[in-house]
Write a protein that binds this ligand. Structure first.
Ligand SMILES: NC(=O)c1ccc[n+]([C@@H]2O[C@H](COP(=O)([O-])OP(=O)(O)OC[C@H]3O[C@@H](n4cnc5c(N)ncnc54)[C@H](OP(=O)(O)O)[C@@H]3O)[C@@H](O)[C@H]2O)c1
Length: 289
């Protein structure tokens, strides 16, 4: 058993308490790989960790970002349209700990934006401890009249974006011994009526979670959190449908964003021997789908 260092010709360290870490700049000011040997306990006890949360401006993403920040992470807050909300969140977190929250705008449906997002992370940190793929589009699609635009919006935000962003940050995740947590859905495994394309995209993300765990281990762990009914869509006033869903939820109520954020923190930061798993945080909803 050894530890892989991509900046050391892929050499494995064989001592159980040795890890390589990449940091620093050369005299010309450009980022350069250095090797420092630190003990596992040094790293886990004292190091500020670096986390990227996509779709972090509002709702569940904002709660995940705040929770990781409370757990001594510096947070990269990705957003698309919610500039005001993300700036407020960053200001709040930076007031608690200066220079601990950074905002980055990107449309995850646009390959160049994904490159830009990854480039901003690389410019600020050599190692990324946690990538949380939370951003998502959610809307119904009718079989028979689904447009290519609808397909692209749903599949790009829920599947292609997470895949290509993870790929773009592989070196940073590897060097930190990091992990990825994907936000799935209980309907990734069991379809939701009227949401075929969304379910296809989340099912793909669930398979991506398992497949990447296999291909990226042991250097990077990859897990998923599958929420049930947590926060209703803002435009959704259909309380009758909501009551039906809650009646089929064992806990008899909706969950809270914090339920999801705590699960993400557990899988992303604490569960160092867990990979390729999907944790349903659904109040028992999946027992009745
Ligand atoms: N809410 C629930 O009860 C529930 C249930 C099951 C699963 N989930 C999953 O849990 C996660 C969080 O749920 P949520 O309800 O909080 O999500 P949400 O509010 O529907 O969306 C989160 C963020 O995704 C961003 N986003 C959408 N399309 C994007 C794109 N093309 N590029 C970049 N960003 C994009 C938006 O950022 P901007 O606002 O900055 O544009 C949005 O604020 C999602 O993955 C969702 O599928 C949630």
């Amino acid at each position: 058993m050894g530890y892989f260092c991509p900046h050391n010709g892929g050499q494995l360290f064989t001592h159980a308490l040795e890890l390589c870490w990449w940091f620093g700049q050369d005299d010309g000011g450009s980022l350069r790989a250095h090797r420092r040997v630190v003990s596992v306990s040094d790293r886990t006890k004292s190091r500020i960790r670096q986390a990227l949360v996509t779709g972090a401006a509002r709702r569940i993403g904002a709660c995940i970002a705040e929770t990781l920040h409370q757990r001594a992470c510096n947070v990269f807050l990705h957003y698309h349209n919610s500039g005001d909300a993300v700036n407020q969140l960053a200001a709040k977190l930076n007031a608690i700990r200066p220079d601990s929250a950074f905002t980055i705008q990107a449309d995850l449906g646009v390959p160049k934006d994904i490159e830009y997002l990854a480039g901003q992370i690389k410019a600020k940190t050599a190692g990324l401890d946690l990538l949380v793929n939370n951003a998502s589009k959610f809307f119904p699609t009718i079989v028979g009249s689904t447009t290519a635009q609808q397909w692209n919006d749903l599949v790009n935000s829920n599947l292609c974006g997470p895949y290509f962003l993870t790929q773009a940050l592989l070196a940073e995740l590897t060097v930190a011994g990091g992990s990825v947590v994907n936000l799935l859905d209980v309907h990734a495994a069991r379809p939701m009526h009227g949401h075929v394309v969304y379910c296809i995209a989340k099912a793909g993300l669930q398979m991506m979670t398992l497949a990447l765990a296999k291909d990226l281990g042991p250097h990077i762990r990859v897990n998923g959190v599958a929420p049930g009914a947590i926060l209703w869509p803002e435009q959704d006033s259909g309380s009758e449908e909501q009551q039906k869903i809650l009646k089929k939820t064992v806990m008899g109520r909706a969950g809270e964003a914090q339920d999801i954020a705590s699960a993400v923190a557990y899988l992303g930061l604490d569960a160092t021997y867990v990979t390729g798993q999907v944790l349903a945080v659904d109040g028992g909803r999946s027992l009745h789908i």
